[in-house]
Design a protein around this ligand. Sequence first.
Ligand SMILES: [Fe+2]
Ligand SMILES: [Fe+2]
Length: 404
Amino acid sequence: MTLTDSISTMARFLPITPISSAQSLVPPLEKHLVRGADEESGRVLIVDDDTDARAWLSDLLAAEGYRCDGASESQDPLNCINELTALVILDLHSPAMYGMELLRRITMEHPGIAVLVVGGQGDVAVAVRAMRLGAYDFVPRPFYPDDLILRVQRAFAWRRLIVRNHLYQHELESAIELQREALTLALGELRRTYQATLEALTGALDLRDKETEGHSRRVTEYSTVLARAMNVDDDALDVIRQGALLHDVGKIGIPDSVLHKPGPLTTEEWALIRKHPQIGYDLLKGIGFLSEAVSTIVLRHHERYDGTGYPDGLRGNDIPWGARIFAVSDTLDAITADRVYRKGRSLAVARAEISRLSGKQFDPKVVEAFMSIPDQTWYTIQNAVAILCSRMQGVNYAHYRSHD
Ligand SMILES: [Fe+2]
Ligand SMILES: [Fe+2]
């Protein structure tokens, strides 16, 4: 577990759900819809078993500039539809399975093709059924050439509208996708900026207080391990990591003469030191993405389970859960980390002390979780942070602590 974990954790602050191709807003544009979009490129398929009627219709439309294909019952008209087919003129009196079934299949399988249905004069019920099945228009026999040409023109105009609408929707979807990608990049940059801000604040603390170098990073990882052992979810884990990293930021407001005083502190100086949770809270409370971490850990990290902590003497579960977890981590590091004036003590000492203070300074459930975690886990964290700190200083690292 390294600091990289905290970066990946930050990446969860602003979750983005990508739009998959399966969630495409617009169905794929059919090739023939575009290629046969106008009278110049679009073709008319005339489905009629009567060869003479088909030829007559074809000649009539050809004279108006339309290009026509023909199909009869022996040729499956569905197989005659191609990329350029824009309009089908379907004689409903064609025998076999055709007629209504053929109409249904054309409108289902080729929703961009206009279908003019030809039927007998007065076939109102047939006309209504055909329109319900998706026919664009119903043309009664006998044909009136001008009327037929007008209906064909209207059908092509309808198709142009459909094509424009499809293209517009696709352009819109592409624009949304581009904006989504831009937003993803911007949010990624924002996360990196957030993380850099946290690192800078922690670095400022470390620079000022060399004695506790790496402390913030170690307690962040300790708290993460403890929180995971207590089955805390990922969002809550983000909060505890932020809070742990920044818990002592309020010490910026404590004078060096007090913070680094070699001798014992006076009552007034202790009162000053005890202000650092509130100072940290006041410093960071305006930063929206840190608000929960600041109010639950930065402000509460010196509260004690038995109510003897500060700043408000909160007791038991009134202390936010994150602060109760953090309190154990903080003490673990206080006991085991090296100081200028003394070597850190062993994990066995830390376990005994934390166990002794269960129900007093610490939440017993957190202590139970702490005791269940093997020593090796804590050593791994200590070594990882030692390596990180050494690299940041540009010096070779020495093992933080042996494993025995
Ligand atoms: Fe503190
Ligand atoms: Fe601390």
